[in-house]
Design a protein around this ligand. Structure first.
Ligand SMILES: CC(C)(COP(=O)(O)OP(=O)(O)OC[C@H]1O[C@@H](n2cnc3c(N)ncnc32)[C@H](O)[C@@H]1OP(=O)(O)O)[C@@H](O)C(=O)NCCC(=O)NCCS
Length: 514
């Protein structure tokens, strides 16, 4: 049947035609012209409605039909071959998932609904006076495929501000975690505990029809995204700011601005950095560990809280999101061993030592990408613009010249180029403030802090590296939850690929065992 938007569109077209005919035969009825204009305006307003749920209600039936027709016509078409290497090799390159919100090209990097990062930076609405895209706009783009208007983005900011409050049991739980529990474990546990609020779980237990699943997944996803900065800020304050209050949400501020306020950072440029950070970490197509995990767990009809917390446990792995922490740990150790200004030669030796000791160089390599990650590039551009003389940035830039050659020389890594994590930590912890005379330098042992006095101190001040993956997690919600809404709207089934034993595989290909 027709959605409310379609009914409105049809009615308005016929009324419009009627008014035009009336005007033609009775030109003296000039006020009908005004009526015409009014109707056109009303129709446009509806077409650009700010209510995201209405926009989805319009889009979903069309997409369901498109995919149904596609499957009917091409459902049995072969789309690739699977080799034994692929089965043992972490399923690299197997096309086995449908994921709508973004696609990763090995050479070009990520495209969010077809838009590259530079295009998103150009097209998506910004905060007043800001230059970086608002993550709200990226979420709108990911979930609808449409570049939003400023009004639509404002609507999302307000909606998330409205839904941000945490239930008391989650606050109590966070306040009672021991300080040696990693921030990512706290984050994931708090998200799991939030499922007491799941409208999807409630509706399912009450027997809701499957055609309505997406509506509840949408509501849960909006609630969860709204609450994540509060959870993340609470963890930060508890661990690094003596449990001080995160303060109140300001419904006139955007999501990132509220987040940086709750974290306790008032520097406008840090908020701009956060907008960029939360935008670019949001999505990286469907096969990466966090996206794939939420997709898999969601396919069991676990609610968005359970699906997303599972994703966060994957993001907490050092080969995935935790690499942004690992990079800073590695850089700090490098500085400690080699001192401030490092020659290229000594840096090369240090990298080789890392490799020879059987470790990876964090922040380099990728399972899909075969070029420098554009998420690295845009962070580098931010650094070149705002902190070109920062010593840590210079170190990162120097590594960019040296690490790829070493990895190529070693000849193992398929991609020797930097990924997103090679840069993010450095941006978070530093910024040159020539007028600033004192700051806290916190080392990565969580609570230890040292006050230093200097005429030129590098300072954004988020030096708590163990926390960085939490920021990644807040951002990742935008992509994987947008997809989760579509997964339920499109009725994706329980995920259940076929596994094989080695003996079974050998028999399959006719190999002699042993
Ligand atoms: C991202 C990553 C896990 C991809 O893994 P992958 O798809 O298996 O990568 P490759 O196919 O290129 O790996 C081939 C070999 O090169 C090694 N390699 C890849 N990247 C490497 C790196 N940065 N440093 C050292 N060795 C690396 C792998 O460990 C593997 O070694 P092995 O044959 O002894 O097992 C890998 O590049 C890595 O560990 N990078 C460092 C961690 C990191 O930055 N993670 C964040 C990713 S966004």
């Amino acid at each position: 049947m027709f959605s409310s938007f379609e009914v409105f569109s049809l009615v308005s077209v016929y009324v419009l035609k009627f008014v035009v005919v009336l005007n033609h035969f009775f030109p003296f009825l000039s006020n009908f012209q005004n009526a015409t204009n009014l109707f056109v305006a009303a129709r446009n307003a509806s077409a650009s409605t700010t209510n995201l749920r209405d926009v989805l209600s319009d889009l979903i039936p069309k997409e369901q039909t498109r995919i149904k027709n596609f499957k009917q016509q091409y459902g049995k078409t072969n789309i690739g071959q699977i080799t034994v290497d692929m089965v043992y090799g972490g399923m690299r390159g197997m096309k086995g998932l449908v994921y709508e919100t973004s696609v990763l090209d090995p050479e070009e990097g990520i495209r969010f609904r077809g838009y590259s990062i530079p295009e998103c930076q150009k097209l998506l609405p910004k905060a007043p006076g800001g230059e970086e895209p608002l993550p709200e706009g990226l979420f709108w783009l990911l979930i609808t495929g449409q570049v939003p208007t400023e009004e639509q983005v404002n609507w999302v900011s307000k909606e998330w501000a409205k839904r941000a409050a945490l239930p008391s049991h989650v606050v109590t739980m966070l306040d009672n975690f021991p300080t040696n529990l990693h921030p990512m474990s706290q984050f994931s546990a708090a998200i799991t505990a939030l499922n007491s609020e799941s409208s999807f779980a409630r509706a399912y237990s009450e027997g809701v029809h499957k055609s309505k699943y997406w509506e509840f997944v949408y509501e849960d996803s909006m609630d969860l995204i709204a609450k994540l900065p509060c959870i993340a800020a609470k963890i930060y304050r508890n661990l690094y700011r003596e449990g001080s209050s995160i303060g109140a949400i300001d419904s006139n501020l955007d999501w990132s601005h509220n987040f940086t306020n709750m974290l306790g950072y008032s520097e406008p440029q840090f908020t701009e950095l956060m907008r960029l950070y939360l935008t670019i970490h949001s999505d990286h197509e469907g096969g990466n560990v966090s996206a794939h995990t939420s997709h898999l767990v969601g396919s069991a009809l676990s609610d968005p809280y359970l699906s997303f917390s599972a994703a966060m446990n994957g993001l907490a792995g050092p080969l995935h999101g935790l690499a942004n922490q690992e990079v800073l740990v590695w850089l700090t150790a490098l500085q400690k061993e080699l001192g401030g200004e490092v020659s290229d030669e000594r840096m090369r030796d240090y990298i080789w030592n890392t490799l020879k000791s059987g470790r990876v160089v964090p922040g380099y390599g990728h399972a899909v990408l075969r070029k420098t990650d554009p998420r690295y590039t845009c962070q580098r551009e931010f650094a070149l613009k705002h902190l070109p003389n920062d010593p840590m940035f210079k170190l990162v830039a120097q590594l960019y010249k040296i690490v790829p050659n070493v990895l190529l020389e070693q000849g193992k890594a398929k991609n020797p180029w930097p990924n997103v994590d090679a840069h993010s930590g450095v941006l978070l912890q530093v910024r040159c403030h020539s007028s600033l005379w004192s700051c806290h330098l916190r080392n990565h042992r969580w609570k230890a802090s040292l006050t230093v006095f200097s005429p030129c101190v590098q300072y954004y001040g988020m030096t708590e590296m163990n926390y960085y993956t939490v920021l990644f997690g807040v951002s990742r919600a935008l992509g994987v939850l947008a997809q989760l809404v579509w997964s339920r709207a499109l009725g994706f089934p329980l995920e259940r690929p076929k596994s094989m034993s080695t003996d079974g595989l050998m028999t399959l290909v006719g190999a002699k065992s042993g």
